[in-house]
Design a protein around this ligand. Structure first.
Ligand SMILES: *[C@@H]1O[C@H](CO)[C@@H](O)[C@H](O)[C@H]1NC(C)=O
Length: 238
């Protein structure tokens, strides 16, 4: 009886975990938490589109996972996880954690090019995101910032959910589905809105794909301290 429970546990532990993550160009990506392989040797490999594999890290003599080859200078492995530094566009793709050749974790890294967008406090700003929707229906669109949802739009029932601070301030273009324009329209920009915004598109495959990202900077509206008298009071008189 107990060995059945045990084997189910083992199967559960060894059935691989899929991790999808995104990282911005030049930033550090946490590829994974530390993977413990018990007695077996751990390896981390990169699987290229043409199915070739590139070793990323391997267990050294004392069993500690160490970066190898070209990753020696860019991979940090410590108690908090496995980190890939100075991410470049070619880091896009699949990584696999193996315990003695058995797949335990697949990591899909998506590298994002973040465009800089600036807005003045109180104004409306648009953060771009596009995808093909013709013949490839989008099930939902989700914008996130600081790991939290900004807006989520479901195509099927036209349901819209908003993130806490964004209710009544964010929207997508009304015909986003026709135009493939999933850009985020943010009204009354606030200083606290500053940060990185990620657009995720969910299509039939249930995978979060085609991400786009924008780094929003909000400029404070301030009265210039100058020696000349301000004309702002007269601006409405004409
Ligand atoms: C592990 O390495 C990462 C990336 O260099 C770093 O940000 C993090 O602080 C390190 N953690 C520990 C516990 O050393």
């Amino acid at each position: 009886m107990s060995w059945i429970v045990l084997s189910i546990l083992v199967i559960f532990l060894f059935s691989f975990v899929r991790g999808d993550l995104t990282a911005a160009l030049t930033e550090t990506a946490k590829l994974s938490s530390q993977v413990k392989c018990h007695e077996e040797a751990a390896t981390l490999i990169r699987v290229l589109r043409d199915s070739r594999t590139v070793p990323v890290a391997a267990a050294s003599v004392n069993g500690v996972l160490k970066p190898v080859g070209e990753y020696s200078s860019r991979l940090d492995i410590n108690s908090s996880g496995v980190f890939l530094k100075d991410v470049n566009y070619n880091d896009n793709g699949h990584y696999e954690f193996l315990c003695s050749g058995t797949l335990v974790r697949i990591i899909r890294l998506e590298v994002l090019v973040i465009s800089d967008i600036s807005a003045s406090e109180g104004n409306t700003v648009k953060l771009p995101c596009f995808t093909v929707t013709l013949g490839e229906p989008v099930e939902s669109v989700q914008w996130e910032t600081k790991g939290k949802p900004v807006i989520r739009v479901e195509r099927s029932n036209q349901m819209v959910e908003y993130g806490e601070r964004f209710k009544d301030r964010v929207s997508l273009s009304p015909d986003w589905d026709v135009l493939g324009d999933l850009s985020l329209i943010l009204e009354r920009a606030q200083l606290e809105d500053q940060g990185d915004y990620f657009c995720y598109v969910l299509k039939g495959s249930q995978e979060r794909g085609d991400p786009a990202a924008g780094r929003l900077k909000v400029h404070q509206m301030h009265v210039e301290t100058s020696t000349t008298p301000s004309n702002t009071k007269d601006s409405c008189s004409e």
